[in-house]
Design a protein around this ligand. Structure first.
Ligand code: PLP
Length: 388
């Protein structure tokens, strides 16, 4: 009996698989594997967040919630944003989403028509750009430049990449995988340019608090007027170690509240209700947790830097933000093949640079949000491959 071909839209059929998943496939949880491939901490969600969600279940918070999110969470988001960015925000600017990823998808669903293009500061986490493709938009990568392992953005290159069909620019700062962080001056210049051109800025701010020498990263949301064409994307995953909860939020102009609410309805009919109660606790009581996490990450970053900077094949400068070491390996022209070899021979799981677009080839990304013991062991195992 012949089987029916899978008749999905061409556009979906042609979507590439995530190359990070390709390396991790069948090896997640494998004994002895040191898994540094995904962007997540090895810490469980703090107990005060878990307790709040458990209490919400026990209190019967098991029903559908409003499209923009439960009121107590939106109120906490407002308080958090006002605390961090030291300015007022109206409640109608916030939409709770089922993760940062979902927030990215809702943003592009709201803005991108087939044939539009979006400038994407790259290399970047692949999910950010693939959502543009799903909407029938064109991804226009604007490559960061690397010198001695440090990353920078050439603003002129960004501005020159735009044309009459440019709908938005996507800026992930601090960035995954590079750790690049936009300066205040660059932020101001991009904002002024986007305002003049009427181009949307989608700011992926999920690593805004994971910075090592300041309280938070420079952000468009700090300087934008409520009516500016700006969508800021945030997530509970990274700063509160809640990757599996799937919770995030959008800050947008007030006029988008109803539109994003509709999209929330037609995508998932709202994020999980008791999970949102966990989010309330995270924002209300989580500042000390973030401070501690950043300190732990700083030690882990320094440990990884100590080794990587001694390995002769590696070109690397430690990042000022996020929790990734993104380094070039001399003589490596196929990062996927190399990452598979490291997985199979050394038992260390690392993401290949090519997973982040063609600009990422020649690099590897290691997430250092694991215990110092695991990282030391990983560095020992990597030495024969990176130090020759
Ligand atoms: C740049 C960036 N944006 C957004 C996300 C989405 O995070 P989540 O969907 O877990 O909230 C990630 C996760 O790795 C990321 O690296």
């Amino acid at each position: 009996m012949s089987r029916m071909p899978a008749q999905v839209r061409d556009l979906i059929r042609d979507l590439p698989d995530s190359k990070i998943r390709e390396v991790s496939m069948n090896s997640i949880g494998k004994e002895g594997m040191i898994a540094l491939w995904f962007g997540e901490s090895d810490e469980e969600t703090p107990s005060f967040v878990r307790e709040a969600a458990k209490a919400a279940i026990d209190a019967g918070e098991t029903f559908y919630a409003p499209n923009s999110g439960i009121e107590p969470l939106r109120v906490e988001i407002k308080a958090y944003m006002e605390r961090v960015y030291r300015r007022d925000f109206d409640l109608n600017r916030f939409t709770v989403t089922a993760s940062g990823m979902n927030a990215i998808m809702l943003s592009f669903q709201a803005l991108v028509d087939p044939g539009d293009n979006v400038l994407v500061v790259s290399p970047v986490w692949p999910n950010c750009s693939e959502t543009i493709r799903i909407m029938g938009g064109e991804i226009r990568p604007v490559g960061l430049d690397e010198t001695d392992g440090a990353w920078s953005l050439d603003l002129q290159k960004l501005f020159d990449a735009a044309d009459g069909r440019t709908r938005a620019i996507f800026v992930n700062s601090p960035g995954n995988p590079t750790g690049w962080m936009m300066s205040e001056d660059q932020r101001d210049a991009i904002m002024a340019w986007a305002r003049e051109k009427g181009i949307w800025i989608i700011a992926d701010d999920v690593y805004a608090r994971l910075v090592y020498d300041r309280h938070h990263a420079p952000a468009f949301i700090e300087i934008a007027e409520p009516e500016d064409r700006l969508i800021s994307i945030n997530s509970f995953s990274k700063s509160w170690s809640m990757t599996g909860w799937r919770l995030g939020w959008i800050t947008a102009p007030p006029a988008l509240e109803t539109q994003l609410g509709k999209l929330n309805e037609y995508n998932i009919a709202g994020p999980t209700t008791f999970v949102q109660h966990g989010g309330v606790a995270a924002l209300r009581d989580g500042d000390p947790y973030i401070d501690g996490l950043v300190e732990r990450l700083r030690r882990r970053r320094d440990l990884v830097t100590q080794s990587l900077s001694r390995f002769s094949r590696v070109r690397y400068t430690q990042p000022d933000a996020a929790f990734y070491a993104f380094f070039a390996v001399e003589g490596m022209d196929d990062s996927l093949k190399f990452a598979l070899k490291l997985r199979d021979e050394a038992g260390v799981g690392i993401a290949p640079g090519i997973a982040f677009g063609p600009q990422g080839e020649g690099y590897l990304r290691l997430c250092f949000a694991s215990s110092e013991q695991a990282l030391s062991e990983a560095m020992e195992r990597l030495r024969p491959y990176l130090d020759k």
